[in-house]
Design a protein around this ligand. Structure first.
Ligand code: GTR
Length: 426
């Protein structure tokens, strides 16, 4: 039997084997590493057919649950319900309609809930509109200045700058914060392209601070065990509940729903997309460590650092890989492979070294063999492309000029990617 081991030997420095907690910013200091093969079962036997991949996929999902993100409850609470709270026709000067839906998880408790904002083009084709389901950091009202969007009353993370600028007061959003993140949300551009946008505030599902999992959705399901979901697992689960609603809306093309997230929400989008096969395109925008970047490169943010700064994001089991990335039974190219044969778009920014753009590129590339086994093409290039030059098709990648952010360039490419998927047949 031929093992499909592939080894990446990079320049090794005797001083750096990834043993120190310090981030590496120099390619020559990246330790040599061997990536675990997505196409070899835990017991060493190779995966050679799509049917075998289905079994390997389950095995890999369990490994990511047990060692990285934690086990997540399967499916929706039986008593979950959707409440339409607002509908506006003639939004954006008549270009769009707006609807606000509250997803209730339990009849017994008002909280937690998920407030989903859905903005659709006024003219919807027979097949429904391709739709971005996007998690946001600052409340639905932060994506656009319109007073029609309800101001979130949920707990918000804050920074000195947000307080100084009067955007957040006592961890609650103020009226000033309407549209405060609109540079990252070109709503008119999306609508004019014929796509719909559904978005929700991630803190509705789990407020982003380490409270020992007392609040958010964890309060409803009970204290997680060491191998159960952290906040990324919870946010990803929330995305699937938002998808549950979208499948009830005839204006949405169910075959063309993309899950989108930036940074920690890019990590979330990948985990949501790996688990939930209803997402036909998964977009990781500058997701970095614990997202698209290979952990074994130890470049930029590292496992030990992320687990220290954000102890609530992953399961406690992930802690054992602090300063010990080589011992991980998985690496992030396998997370991307879990999305196969569906589309995935990994996007980096050249100044975002903390997120390791090259590591994000390599993970997308090394997911390729799984795509090929399933009859699709992988990334199709060996080397990091030039700036602002997307490569690949089913697996697509770009590195754009600039810093850690979401820009119009990114969205223009995501629009092309979602529109290249065939519309649902009706
Ligand atoms: C950083 C964190 C990154 C990334 C980012 C964000 O502080 O180190 O992993 O998630 O936050 O989400 O904005």
């Amino acid at each position: 039997m031929i093992s499909r081991l592939f080894t990446l030997v990079l320049l090794v420095s005797p001083l750096a084997h990834g043993l120190s907690a310090d981030p590496i910013y120099d390619e020559t200091q990246v330790p040599s590493y061997t990536l675990p093969d997505p196409l070899v079962f835990k017991n060493g036997s190779p995966v050679t057919t799509p049917a075998e991949w289905e079994k390997r996929r389950e095995e890999l999902l369990r490994l990511f649950e047990s060692h990285v993100y934690g086990k997540t409850p399967v499916g929706r609470p039986t008593e979950m319900r959707f409440e339409s709270r607002k509908k506006v026709n003639g939004f954006l000067g008549g270009l769009a309609t707006l609807e606000e839906i509250r997803i209730h998880f339990s009849p017994a408790a008002e909280e937690p809930f998920l407030d989903l904002l859905v903005i659709k083009p006024s003219q919807i084709p027979e097949t429904g509109a391709p739709t971005f389901l996007a998690l946001n950091f600052n409340g639905n009202h932060s994506i656009h200045p319109s007073p029609e969007i309800t101001l979130s009353g949920s707990w918000m993370r804050t920074s000195e700058e947000d307080v100084k600028n009067g955007l957040i007061d006592d961890n609650r959003a103020t009226e000033n914060s309407r549209g405060s993140k609109s540079s990252r949300w070109p709503v008119e551009k999306l609508i004019k392209s014929g796509t719909a946008l559904a978005t929700f505030y991630y803190g509705d599902i789990d407020p982003d601070f380490d409270d020992g999992f007392k609040n958010g959705i964890h309060a409803l399901f009970g204290q997680p065990a060491a191998d159960e979901w952290g906040s990324i697992g919870a946010w990803a689960w929330g995305a699937s509940r938002a998808m549950d609603f979208l499948t009830t809306d005839k204006d949405i093309d169910k075959e063309r729903v993309a899950i989108f997230g930036h940074s920690r929400l890019g990590k979330t989008a990948l985990w949501a997309g790996a688990r939930d096969q209803r997402f036909s395109l998964v977009i990781s925008n500058n997701s970095g460590c614990g997202g698209a970047a290979l952990s074994r490169r130890c470049f930029g943010e590292r496992v030990g650092r992320i687990n220290t700064a954000f102890p609530h994001w992953f399961s406690d089991a992930f802690l054992q890989y602090n300063e010990n990335e080589a011992a991980l039974p998985v690496d992030q190219h396998q997370l991307i492979a879990l999305i196969a044969p569906r589309r995935v778009y990994v996007a980096s920014a050249v100044e975002d070294e903390w997120a390791d753009p090259r590591g994000e590129f390599l993970a997308a590339k090394h997911a390729g063999p799984v795509y090929e086994l399933l009859g699709k093409k992988g990334l199709g290039v060996c080397d990091l492309p030039g700036l602002n030059t997307p490569v690949g098709d089913t697996v697509r990648y770009h590195i754009r000029a600039g810093k850690h952010d979401v820009t119009d360039f990114d969205w223009e490419e995501y629009i092309k990617a979602i529109k290249s998927i065939a519309a649902a047949r009706r």
